[in-house]
Design a protein around this ligand. Structure first.
Ligand SMILES: C[S@@+](CC[C@H](N)C(=O)[O-])C[C@H]1O[C@@H](n2cnc3c(N)ncnc32)[C@H](O)[C@@H]1O
Length: 191
């Protein structure tokens, strides 16, 4: 079966409780396809998903762009495990998932980035992924500042696709060069 044709098909690959979170927390297939097409440029690019959840963006990217490598960093180990198991089941060799905080990642090891408003959970109360992580408005500001600092020194030409971003994390050296089919999907390039 081609799981990549629709969100309904793809989300059924996840345990029911995880699939139930999809409309709020996991990137829709169409958005992932558009973002991945923008990011998967050049020879064998390494693309980092900052807050990769259960790996939906990375798996869509890996499926449609076999020449690129999609790596996810996710703070919740249980979600990383689900992503790793699914990547194996789908025989996707060009996607990998790490557990940890994005603040510990060396951004220079990657060429391009995807960011689906990972920090928003710190400033909203409804529909959380779980109750296991400390939610704190100060973390929202701290993570935005850390991401800003990580993005700022990257080389000219670095690409980022953001979905529902507050844009606090984007240094002014990144310019919007396009908008996706959804107005909250933005394509940025460092100039
Ligand atoms: C909106 S979900 C997006 C998931 C995935 N990128 C996708 O599009 O399907 C954001 C994810 O970021 C993770 N996250 C939030 N803050 C993080 C941090 N500081 N480091 C790593 N992951 C983080 C959350 O646990 C959550 O799984």
């Amino acid at each position: 079966m081609d799981y990549f044709v629709s969100d309904d098909q793809f989300n059924q690959l996840y345990p029911p409780a995880i699939a139930a979170l999809a409309s709020r927390h996991w990137t829709p297939i169409q958005i992932a396809k558009e973002a991945a097409a923008f990011l998967a440029v050049g020879q064998s690019p390494k693309i980092l998903d900052i807050g990769s959840g259960v790996g939906k963006f990375c798996m869509v990217g890996a499926y449609f762009h076999p020449q690129a490598e999609f790596i996810g960093i996710e703070q919740r180990g249980s979600l990383t495990t689900i992503a790793q198991d699914l990547a194996k089941k789908l025989a996707l060799k060009n996607t990998h998932f790490l557990t940890g905080n994005f603040t510990d990642i060396n951004f220079h090891a990657y060429q391009h980035f995807y960011f689906y408003n990972a920090f928003y959970e710190n400033i909203i109360d409804n529909d959380p992924i779980d109750q296991l992580i400390d939610h704190n408005p100060e973390l929202f500001n701290l993570y935005n500042r850390k991401l800003y600092k990580a993005l700022k020194p990257l080389p000219i030409g670095t690409r980022i696709a953001t979905f529902h971003s507050s844009e606090h994390e984007m240094p002014s050296s990144y310019q919007v060069v396009g908008i996706g089919s959804h107005e909250d999907l933005k394509f940025w390039i460092k100039v």
